[in-house]
Design a protein around this ligand. Structure first.
Ligand code: ZN
Ligand code: ZN
Length: 134
């Protein structure tokens, strides 16, 4: 019974990640899930996110502020707006040759590498031009 419940909870958490395209935080996912499953705990959501990320079914992205979760598991890079904290995918190509080179040089078995581009998004830029901060 317990096993079944765990599997069910993991599927619910996985579906929550897969239903968003905006790289949500664990907390945002918890708030999504609790609307449909009011009895699920924050700890359960966090624990299942960790298990899903470790097993490679989703990706956990280290971002200043709070880690994000991504339904896309293939190598790709991200763009962070330092004002509104939104995270988006960027189209610049993933360099698999770099992974091979680092593996060759260090003996590591590479999983992936990640690049985080940081800047200010057009919406935040427009807002700042209207009401300059400094
Ligand atoms: Zn922004
Ligand atoms: Zn992504």
């Amino acid at each position: 019974m317990k096993q079944q419940r765990n599997t069910r909870q993991r599927e619910v958490v996985l579906q929550a990640v897969q239903s968003r395209r905006d790289h949500p935080t664990a907390d945002q996912l918890y708030l999504d899930i609790v609307r449909t499953y009011p009895r699920i705990s924050r700890g359960t959501v966090y624990r299942n996110l960790k298990i899903l990320a470790e097993s490679g079914r989703i990706r956990q992205i280290q971002v200043p502020g709070a880690d994000r979760f991504d339904l896309r598991t293939e190598g790709h890079h991200h763009l962070l707006c330092i004002r509104c904290q939104q995270v988006a995918d960027v189209s610049c190509p993933y360099d698999t040759a770099a992974d091979r080179q680092v593996a060759r040089e260090t003996g590591f078995r590479m999983i992936h590498h990640s690049l985080l581009f940081e800047g200010i998004c057009p919406t935040c830029l427009a807002r700042e031009e209207k009401s300059p901060i400094s």
